[in-house]
Design a protein around this ligand. Sequence first.
Ligand code: ATP
Ligand code: MG
Length: 560
Amino acid sequence: MTNEETNKKDFIREMVAKDLSEGYCTVPITRFPPEPNGYLHIGHAKAICLDFGLAQEYAHLGAVCHLRFDDTNPCKEDIEFVNSIQEDIRWLGFDWGEHLYWASNIFDFYYDCAVHLIKNGLAYVDEQDRETMRQQRGDLRTPGTHSPYRDRSVEENLAQFEAMKEGKFAEGAAVLRAKIDMASSNMNMRDPVIYRISYDHHHNTGNKWCIYPMYDFAHPLEDAWEHITHSLCTLEFENHRPLYEWVIDNCPVPAKPKQREFSRLNITYTVMSKRKLRQMVEEGYVAGWDDPRMPTICGMRRRGYPARAIVDFCEGVGITKFNGNTDVARLENAVRGELNANAERRMAVLKPLKLVLTNVPADFEEEVEVIINPEKPELGNRKVTLTREVWIDRDDFMVEPPKKYKRLSPGACVRLRGGYCMICTGYEADAEGNVTEVRAEIIPGTIGANPPEGIKCKGAIHWVSAKYGVKAEVRLYDRLFKDEAPDANPEGFLASLNQDSLTVISDAVVEPALAAAPNEFLCQFERTGYFVADRYDHSAEHPVFNRAVGLRDSWAKMNK
Ligand code: ATP
Ligand code: MG
C-alpha cells in the first residue's frame, strides 16, 4: 500500500516520498522510542500511528518501524512499563517484528564516539560546577564565555574522560562537553554536555558504567546505529536538530539518519504529561494507569474505546507543524462513529422500575424478536423473552408528563421494544410519592403491527425481563477534568479535577445474555449509550459494564 492509495498526505509523508524518489534512501526505516517510565497515552498514539503507519505504507519496499526503549538514564527497569508499552502498541494494530532495541545495549558505541570527538579536538572535559557553566552560557542576546577547560589538550581530555569512566570523580564534578560554538544563536550549540557522571544502578548494565550519554548525544547515535532513515519527533526538538546533525556529521556512524519534527497532540479536558499522570496514579486520584478516565491507551481500552477509533482519530488530526489543542469531543465522536457502525445492540435498564403486564397470566412467556437492522443481523437482531413482569427505566415513566413526552404515563400507549404495544393502567407509589410499580395491559396482535384505530402508540421503550434479567454493576464515566485546560489552572492541574467523573450504579439489570458476554465485549445499550464489559472485573457472577461514550455529545448540549 502506498501513501497515495491511503490518501494520507502531510508534509512528513511528502518528504519521505521525495526522499525515495531522490535516492536519499531506498527503504524508509522509522522508530518509536519511548522511555520506559510510564504508560503510553493518546499523544504517543499519534506518534505511533505516524512511525508505524509509514512503515506499513512502505511495507512493499521492506520498510519497518523499530520499537526502541530509550533507557540511557540509569534507573530501575520497570518491567510493568516495558510490557504495557508493547501490549498497547500491538493492541493499536502495529508490530515491530524482530526490531526491538534497547538504547542501553550500545553504551560502548556512544563511548567510542565520545572518544572519537575528543581525539578530533571536538569535545572536552569540563570540571567546573553546574552553576558556573550555566552562567557562562549567556543568553539569547549575550554570547557565552569560554570555559577555562575548553582548550585542554587531546591527551589531557582523554585522560580525564578515562578518569570519569573509572569513577575517579564525584557526581557533578566533571562532564564531557561538545566543543561547538559558545556564541551560537542556538543555545543548544553552546558546548552542550554530552556525558555526565551518575553512580545510580542501571537495569541493564548494572554498575558497569558511571558515565551516561545525554539524550541529544545518544539519540542521533541510536538512530544511526539502527540505520533509521527518518527520525520523527515532536516540535520541541526542532531547535535541537542542528546538534543532532552535528553529532551525525562528526561521529563515526554507520548511517546518516535525519530528524524531522511534527506537532504534539494535546487534547482539551485532560493532561498528557507522564509526570502528571503518574502523580494521579500514585496519589490515588484515579484507580491506576488503566483507569477508564485516564488518557492512557490502556485506560481508553478499558473504557471501551476501539483501537480503530483511536487510530482514526489520530489520522484525522493529521500531522502538522502547528501545536494546537484538539477538542476531546473529536475523539469521543470517533469512538461513537466506530461503535455506532459496529457495536451490537442490547437492552439494559440502569434505573429499574417494575412494570407488570396485568392482562397476561403469571407464567406468561413469549419469545419476541428485536430487529436492529434487517440487513445487518450482526448488529444484534435476536430473540428475547418477554414475561409478565419486566424492568423499565425510571425515566421512561412519569405520573404527570409534560406535553410531547413520548414515553409511559397513565393512559398512554407505548411499545415494549420488539414486543407489544401496551396501555398504562395505573401505578403504585410509596408514602413519599415515589413510584414503586407501574401497571399496563398489552394490546394483542401488535407485535410488528400498529394498534387498532384510535390508539396512538407514542414510541418504544427498552426493557428487561424481571424473571430472566441479570443484576449488573454499571460504571458511568465523565471527563476527569472539569476545565478545558487543566494545565493552565493557576492553582495547579489537580484543582481542575471533576469530582463527579465516576458514578457507580450497582443495581442495573441487563439482558441475560450479557452476563455471559466475554470481557471487553462492546455493545450499545439501546437508548442509553455504548458500553463495554470490563476487561478485568466483569464475570458471569458479577457482570460489570463501563460506559465508553453516550449516544450523543451531552457536553456540547450543556454548553449551548
Ligand atoms: P511526556 O512528556 O508525556 O513524558 P515523552 O515525550 O517524554 O512524554 P517518550 O516516552 O519520550 O515520552 O515519548 C516517546 C515518543 O512519543 C517520542 O518520540 C515523543 O515525541 C512522542 N510523543 C510523546 N508525547 C506526544 C504527544 N503528545 N504527541 C505526539 N507525540 C508524542
Ligand atoms: Mg521523553
